[in-house]
Every structure is written in C-alpha cells, then in structure tokens.
Ligand binder design. Structure first.
Ligand SMILES: [Zn+2]
Ligand SMILES: [Zn+2]
Length: 154
C-alpha cells in the first residue's frame, strides 16, 4: 500500500491529501473522459472519507451524467476528479486525476475501462485488467454485489 499521497491543481489553489490510498490506477478510454481530460484520464479511486481538500471553494463541478460529476479548478482549469453521484455502493467515490498527484510512489496502472473505445493509435504497455463497454456495463449493473467497493465487481 502506498503511504499518504497529496496533490494539487496547476495554480495550487486547490490541494488535497489522501489517507489510506490504494496502489492501483485505472485508465478510462471512454469518449467523455477523453474529451474532459484532453487525452486519457487515469484515475486513483479514493473513498469519500479518505480525502481532505484545501481550497475546495475554488472547485467547479460539472454534472456530466446522471451518475457522476467532474470537478476542475476555476482559476487554472485543471481537471481534478470524477466522482460518482448515483446511489449505491459507489456513491461519493472519487477518482482523482493521477496527473494532479505530487508524486506517484508505487502506484501502478492495473485497470483499463472501455478499451474498445480507445483510438487505435496508442496503447499502454502495462498488462492491465482491461474491460470493454459490455463488461463495464455488466460491472455497474452488478455494483450492489461489489463486496470490497473498489469498483471491479469482485
Ligand atoms: Zn488551479
Ligand atoms: Zn470514462
């Protein structure tokens, strides 16, 4: 497990500390994450109680779907997190943009979502647990049964 992690936006107005961080990162290739992040969104899943923000007044949230919102710094525009808003076992869970972390420690890319939507021109070298659209949808339909709450349905 990684030790405590911290991060901030580009201008530094918004910063955060993560307690009990997981050591795994997930990349999302869906069209919304690509457009929002300007590239590939790589997130670190964080439980609502495990993160403390400073300068959160400077965050603007955008409701991107019926089940999630995305937040960015009002000053510098840095994309900070994707957060699940839908009721269920994932409600409130943050996916912090890994690019906002001060240091990556031992974080490893272990999961990819919507791999079928990834443009053909690039891919990651890591051997990840990769899910296509159908598999992601099945995972969320099954979210109530996700015993450890890490979103991978196990
Ligand atoms: Zn900022
Ligand atoms: Zn996505």
């Amino acid at each position: 497990m990684a030790s405590n992690l911290s991060g901030k936006c580009l201008c530094g107005t918004v910063s955060y500390k993560i307690h009990r961080p997981k050591s795994r990162l997930g990349a999302c290739h869906c069209t919304m994450c690509r457009r929002w992040s300007g590239g590939v969104f790589i997130g670190l899943q964080v439980a609502p109680d495990d993160i403390e923000f400073k300068g959160a007044d400077n965050l603007q949230t955008f409701t991107s779907s019926d089940w999630a919102e995305r937040a960015f710094c009002k000053t510098c525009g840095a994309n900070m997190y994707y957060r699940v808003t839908a009721p269920g076992s994932h409600q409130g869970t943050y996916h912090m943009g890994s690019g906002t972390l001060d240091a990556h420690g031992d974080l490893m890319l272990t999961e990819e979502l919507f791999v079928d939507l990834k443009p053909d021109g690039y891919s990651f070298a890591e051997d990840t647990h990769a899910l296509n659209t159908q598999q992601v949808e099945a995972m969320f339909a099954d979210a109530g049964a996700d015993s450890d709450g890490d979103g991978d349905g196990d």
